[in-house]
Design a protein around this ligand. Sequence first.
Ligand SMILES: Cc1cc2nc3c(=O)[nH]c(=O)nc-3n(C[C@H](O)[C@H](O)[C@H](O)COP(=O)(O)OP(=O)(O)OC[C@H]3O[C@@H](n4cnc5c(N)ncnc54)[C@H](O)[C@@H]3O)c2cc1C
Length: 379
Amino acid sequence: MDFRFTDEQLLWGETVQNFMDREVGREYTREHDASREFPIEVFKKMGALGWLGLLIDEENGGSAADPVMFALFCEAIGKFSLDTAACIMTSMFTATNISRHGTAEQKERYLKPFLTGDAKFSISISEPHSGSDAAAARSTAVLEGDTWVLNGNKVWCSGAHLPKTTIAVMARTSADRYKGFSLFLVPNTTPGLHIKKMNTIVRKSLGTTEFFMDNLRIPSGALLGEVGKGWDYIGEHLEFERLSIAASQVGNARTALDDTIRYTKDRKQFGVPLASFQVLKHRMADDETELAAARLLVYSAACKMARGERAIKEVSMAKLFCSQVLFKIAFNGMQALGGYAQLPEYDMERYFREAKHGMVGGGTNEIQRSIIAKEMGIR
Ligand SMILES: Cc1cc2nc3c(=O)[nH]c(=O)nc-3n(C[C@H](O)[C@H](O)[C@H](O)COP(=O)(O)OP(=O)(O)OC[C@H]3O[C@@H](n4cnc5c(N)ncnc54)[C@H](O)[C@@H]3O)c2cc1C
């Protein structure tokens, strides 16, 4: 067994890390967190570099990166904030659905501008009464002639309010628990769509929303793929989505721990650096050890996916463990920085807030445990 990355993988990881240092950085991230603005310049630059098409096949204008290359990308873009990573990654998954199941017209209208950074996607599954139990969603879509009429209340739809955004809306076309869902591409400017931004303490740059569909009428061509396949289409990118979250958590945890190490080496109390106190030193050694284990889980899951093998258990284990490691590292960082941790300019409070959300978004840690147990044959 060889745990080394190839030269190509190392170079790719370094390239994205350097991009993040040069084009994003701490100041920019902090300002966008405070102002709740989407990092549009970064999104566009990534589009110009062809990075938004990492998960898209070459035939449709992407570069079809393998899961290891994708994980290296996500690790780097999570460097300063999980929110920044989400701003980039959220659109990528709907784009894969369109590249696989979209019509020529949908690809021309939605995929092309997305690949250059000129359009974005949101994904709308959750509803007020259906979170973890996503299949309990009730929003409906009824075909009237050549028009679909959508009704219902969606919640937590990240990025739905942003300019040039199309929402992939999961709605019921029949009562069947899973086969009753279809996926619709709904531009956020469609009349009858009432989008309300939510005042969250995380995902401030991407933003998240609640929206109401009140006899919202869209043409029959807005259906993505086939009727009754919505649940399957969303399931297609779940492995990539969970892998991406876990990888970005590893990237963010690396920065949080490095910040803690730097601060405790610089700051003196009782005439010596904080880092020389054994309690802090040992805590950081434990954090370093757990971070190394988290990273290995991510890349072993990515390698399994790259071999074309089923990796449901492995990505859930990675997401579960990485979220806990990031949370612990950010929590320990908050303690190590003392009072200064409370100031946004030290960044630790942002890592801490976002780490907590990492235990919920993309399927909660309890749900990840249930998936792992099911894969273990425990029901
Ligand atoms: C900032 C933010 C952004 C989001 N972005 C999106 C988005 O873009 N699109 C989208 O569709 N959704 C999005 N979500 C929704 C997210 O996926 C849900 O919040 C998540 O799936 C949990 O659902 P819930 O909040 O309704 O919690 P609930 O499902 O009500 O769960 C509450 C608690 O009960 C536990 N629980 C529930 N069921 C079980 C069980 N069977 N066994 C054990 N424990 C259980 C949960 O683990 C959790 O701890 C976002 C959420 C947030 C907060």
